[in-house]
Ligand binder design. Structure first.
Ligand code: IMP
Ligand code: MG
Length: 217
């Protein structure tokens, strides 16, 4: 018997189009999201996307510089890049390709308790590394250092595992954040809540190619 599965596509009018696929044949019908019990994408947070703080070209240029710095600093070594999901995934992907050395990649996921635009500082590991980092040259790759609490926590957890070295590479560092401890830092960033290039508000806007301000209503 052919396997069937359902593909959901969000429509601009707030409804989902469900495409039930069987082999290559598809039957389309629409589901009213308000009435349906099927999983849907998270609601778009109230607010709008404002000005661009860092354009795509500037991100690319700075990531190339960070890659060159890391390449120079880790000659003859094989660093392990540890990305903090999900925010760092775009940055890490570009950074890995900007480093002219063999690298390895691994990821951690943490969740911090708080609302979508504030951090409570309480962090929990949701996904741990697959790699044993003892004796490894680890570079922790973060999207943004805001209060610095997430990094402080990760630094202590990873430090306990006795890596040969542990450095931080953060794309953004909030202006006024106490010493971020990041050896590699992309850009200082004003107090605005920002999205894009991996950063989200309630899982939205990670796909934007620039860093933009999110203005809550
Ligand atoms: P910290 O523990 O306060 O340094 O918070 C770091 C985490 O908060 C980041 O990894 C982001 O996931 C999130 N975060 C902080 N500021 C922003 C922002 O402006 N936009 C999107 N996420 C942010
Ligand atoms: Mg986040």
């Amino acid at each position: 018997m052919a396997r069937t599965f359902v593909v959901l596509r969000s429509q601009p009018d707030g409804r989902d189009t469900a495409i039930r696929r069987e082999g290559i044949a598809g039957i389309r019908h629409t589901i009213d999201r308000r009435a349906a019990t099927v999983p849907t994408v998270s609601d778009v947070p109230a607010g709008s996307i404002g000005r661009t703080i860092i354009a795509a070209d500037d991100l690319a240029a700075r990531v190339a510089e960070l890659g060159a710095e890391i390449t120079a600093d880790y000659q003859g070594r094989r660093p392990l890049l540890v990305g903090v999901l999900k925010g760092a995934f775009v940055f890490m992907s570009d950074l890995a390709r900007a480093i002219d050395l063999p690298v390895e990649l691994d990821f951690m996921a943490v969740s911090s308790y708080g609302t979508s635009t504030t951090s409570s500082g309480v962090v929990r590991i949701v996904k741990d590394l697959e790699t044993d980092i003892e004796g490894r040259d680890v570079i922790l790759v973060e999207d943004i250092v805001d209060s610095g609490l997430t990094l402080a926590y990760l630094r202590s957890v990873l430090g306990d595992r006795r890596p040969a070295s542990l450095e931080i590479c953060a794309l953004l560092v909030r202006e006024g954040a106490e010493d971020s401890g990041a050896r590699y830092a992309g850009f200082p960033i004003p107090p605005d809540f920002v999205v894009g290039y991996g950063l989200d508000v309630a899982e939205h806007y990670r796909e934007l190619d620039a860093i933009r301000v999110f203005e809550p209503e």
